[in-house]
Write a new protein. Structure first.
Length: 279
C-alpha cells in the first residue's frame, strides 16, 4: 500500500521531485523496503527535499537506525547539512537517539560541526536533557565550552531548562561555570530566572559567582526577585548575594514583584529609599 501511494505521488509531483519526496517519506516513517525500492528506481541518495533535508536526515531525526545504516551504505553523506546548517547527527542528538548518534560518529560525522546559528549536536542534546548523548559526544571530543552565535554554551542551555544531571556532568568535565553569553548571562543566572533551584545550588557549590552581572547590571537575584522565586532569593542571600545591587533599570528592591520577596529583602537590609539615577 505504501509503495502504491508513493508511486501515485511520484506521478502527480513529477518524476524527479517525486522520487526525492518518496524516498524522504519512506526514510522518515522507517520503511526500509520502500527506501530500497525508490533507490533502485533511481532516486539519488543525497537528493534534498524543499527544506534541504536528505532521506538520511529524516531517518536520523526519527530514530530509524536500520534506514540510516542502509542509506549510509549506499553512499549518503553523513555530514550533509540542511538549509539551516543542521546535520543528521544534530537531529538525532536533539531527539536523544543515542544509537543513531553513535553510528553516525563511527561513520565520520563531525562531533563539533556547527549549524548556521552556531549550535552543536552536544548543545542540542544538553538543551533537551539527553544525558547519555551528552556524555557520549563529550567522550568523542565535543567541546564543553563551545558557544553558539549568541554566546550560549551547552551548560547554559541545560541550566535554563533545569536539566540538573546534564549541568552536573558538564561541570565535572570542566565547563566554565561563569561563562557569559552575549548579554552577559551565566548558566546560574538562567537557572535562577527559571526557578531551577537545584541547578542554582549545584552551580554555586561549584564556584559560580552569585553576584555576576549581565551587561545591563542584572544579577541572578534580581531576576529571581522579579519572577517571585522566594526560595532562590533566600538561597542567594545566604550565599552572599548583594541585596542592594543595582542594574541600569534600578535597585534590587524595585525588581521584586511579590510582597513576600519584597518583605524578605527589606528584612535582609535592602534600602527602601534607594533611588535610581532618574530619581
Amino acid at each position: 500500500m505504501l509503495l502504491w501511494l508513493l508511486s501515485v505521488s511520484l506521478v502527480l509531483c513529477g518524476a524527479a521531485a517525486g522520487k526525492v519526496r518518496n524516498l524522504c517519506y519512506a526514510a522518515c516513517y522507517g520503511h526500509l523496503q520502500a527506501a530500497k525500492h525508490f533507490l533502485e528506481q533511481g532516486a539519488a541518495v543525497d537528493a534534498k527535499d524543499d527544506n534541504g533535508y536528505t532521506a538520511m536526515m529524516w531517518a536520523a531525526q526519527e530514530g530509524h537506525l536500520d534506514v540510516v545504516k542502509y542509506l549510509v551504505e549506499q553512499g549518503a553523506a553523513v555530514n550533509a547539512k540542511e538549509k539551516r546548517g543542521s546535520t543528521a547527527m544534530m537531529w538525532a542528538a536533539q531527539k536523544g537517539y543515542l544509537d543513531v548518534v553513535k553510528y553516525l560518529v563511527e561513520q565520520g560525522a563531525a562531533v563539533d560541526a556547527k549549524a548556521d546559528y552556531g549550535y552543536t549536536a552536544m548543545m542540542l542534546a544538553a538543551q533537551k536533557g539527553h544525558l547519555d548523548a551528552v556524555k557520549y559526544l563529550v567522550e568523542q571530543g565535543a567541546d564543553v565550552d563551545a558557544k553558539d552565535d549568541d554566546g550560549y554554551t551547552a551548560m547554559m542551555l541545560a541550566a535554563q531548562k533545569g536539566h540538573l544531571d546534564a549541568v552536573k556532568y558538564l561541570v565535572e568535565q570542566g565547563a566554565d561555570v561563569d561563562a557569559k553569553d552575549d548579554d552577559g548571562y551565566t548558566a546560574m543566572i538562567y537557572a535562577t530566572q527559571q526557578g531551577h533551584l537545584d541547578a542554582v545550588k549545584n552551580l554555586v557549590e561549584q564556584g559560580a559567582d552569585v553576584n555576576a552581572t549581565s551587561k545591563h547590571g542584572c544579577t541572578a537575584m534580581m531576576l529571581a526577585a522579579k519572577k517571585g522565586h522566594l526560595d532562590a532569593v533566600k538561597y542567594l542571600v545566604e550565599q552572599g548575594a548583594d541585596v542592594n545591587a543595582a542594574s541600569k533599570y534600578g535597585y534590587m528592591i524595585y525588581a521584586a514583584q511579590s510582597p513576600d520577596v519584597m518583605n524578605y529583602l527589606v528584612e535582609q537590609g535592602a534600602d527602601v529609599n534607594a533611588k535610581t539615577k532618574h530619581g
